[in-house]
Design a binder for this molecule. Structure first.
Ligand code: NDP
Ligand code: MG
Length: 391
């Protein structure tokens, strides 16, 4: 078999989530291009088993060890290797059978497997933005040293990347990350005090996992994306701007030194950026719905309200501070996001607690991996305490 027809073997970390399931749809649509080498889940054993029987990976990992027996009982007869525990995530990404690692798991849990994959010189299709928020400097440096591409899956970053293809030698003046503004766009603090979890979970344009949907409502998601963009594209903080664009048709914009602006557009559908990262540098024909200009006679733009949506301002502050500041912010946000989803705190407390943790957590200016790990634990503990106080 020559290289041009060789299938790309993909490890999907977090295959049972929103991005993971859509990645499997992409594989299903292009069986001649992709095959699945590894599937992993946290605890959703039933879906993991079903996916494994459908896609026949070499190996699966269920992180939650209490689910291991069930997964193993179902899959050994299909000749699929099964492992449990989070350390296994780091081991499976190193396997010879893997050509590309799609990090579609949520949160800080993505950091260690991503580092392991980079060290094993596996190209990364990166959905798990939290990894670059927590330790962007370390991760991007390691990726450079190992000559490992970090291919963005996040729609805005995929848009920027697509605008940059063919322009890598041309300096960028600035980028605009577009933001839908989420379900609470235009609201002021007095109104946000009363919003419910159900309202926050109703995103106007995208269907996503619960954590990122709440992050979108609180503009934390855009803040995380500002930090993600810095490390993916090696930008200075002042080169990164956010513009609210409620229709989510322009996915982001790159402005070059001559003032020319390139934008990438399309209907809001994550399958396209997922497929682009999986197939890069190729584009693959597909049957996804197409955009029609006349369905959207007006595309509009607004300034982001950083006074009301504190998290966006906090992300820029974290970039200014550097070191472990963004790691502390991310850890606090993982706790406050969940606490809000469980109705333990009100919506505005998310930003307030995140701020307090970022300001008071031990700060290390030039962190090593252990400093990030320590910062994450300390910030989580502080945030938990503040959640209890504010409950
Ligand atoms: P989901 O919550 O839908 O899925 C998360 C996946 O990760 C599931 O497979 C879950 O397993 C697994 N998982 C959860 N916790 C852990 C853990 N501690 N260790 C290992 N695996 C774990 O998330 P999304 O698909 O929405 O998001 C995934 C990532 O992609 C996030 O970083 C998000 O910011 C990013 N992203 C998502 C977009 C979207 O449209 N959804 C858009 C852009 C970026 P289980 O099912 O067993 O719980
Ligand atoms: Mg995004």
């Amino acid at each position: 078999m020559n290289n041009s027809v060789k299938k790309k073997k993909i490890a999907i970390l977090g295959s049972t989530g929103s991005i993971g399931c859509q990645a499997l749809e992409v594989v299903h649509e292009h069986p001649e291009k992709f095959e699945v080498a590894v599937l992993t889940a946290h605890s959703n054993a039933d879906l993991l088993i079903k996916q494994a029987i459908d896609f026949k990976p070499n190996t699966v990992v269920i992180v939650d060890e209490t689910q291991y027996e069930k997964v193993n009982d179902a899959l050994w007869k299909h000749d699929i290797k099964t492992y449990a525990g989070d350390e296994s995530l780091c081991q499976v990404v190193e396997m010879d059978e893997v050509d590309l690692v799609l990090t579609a798991l949520v949160g800080y849990a993505g950091l260690k497997p991503t580092l392991a994959a980079i060290k094993a010189k596996k190209p990364i299709a990166l959905a798990n933005k939290e990894t670059l928020v927590v330790a962007g400097e370390l991760v991007s440096k390691l990726a450079n040293e190992n000559n490992v591409p970090l291919l963005p899956v996040d729609s805005e970053h995929s848009a920027l990347f697509q605008c940059m293809v063919g322009e890598f030698h041309n300096p960028i003046e600035k980028i605009y990350l577009t933001a839908s503004g989420g379900p609470f766009r235009g609201m002021k603090k007095s109104e946000l005090e009363k919003v419910t979890v159900q309202q926050a979970l109703k995103h106007p344009n995208w269907e996503m996992g619960a954590k990122i949907t709440i992050d979108s409502a609180s503009l934390m998601n855009k803040g995380l994306e500002v930090i993600e963009a810095k490390w993916l594209f090696d930008l200075k903080n002042e080169q990164i701007d956010v513009i609210v664009h409620p229709q989510s048709i322009i996915h982001s914009v790159v402005q070059f030194e001559d003032g020319s602006m390139k934008a990438q557009m399309g209907l809001p559908d994550m399958k396209l950026p997922i497929q682009y990262a999986m197939a890069y540098p190729n584009r693959l024909a597909n049957s996804f719905p197409r955009f029609n200009f006349l369905d959207y006679p007006q595309l509009s733009f607004e300034k982001a309200d950083e006074d009301t949506f504190l998290n966006l301002a906090l992300s820029y502050r974290a970039l200014e501070l550097g070191g472990t500041a963004a790691c502390a912010l991310n850890a606090a946000n993982e706790i406050t996001n969940l606490a809000f989803r469980k109705s333990k705190i009100g919506f505005l407390k998310i930003g307030e607690i995140n701020q307090e943790v970022m300001e008071h957590c031990t700060f290390v200016k030039e962190p090593k991996l252990n400093d990030y790990i320590a910062c994450d634990s300390e910030a989580r503990a502080m945030a938990e305490e503040l959640v209890l106080k504010n409950a």
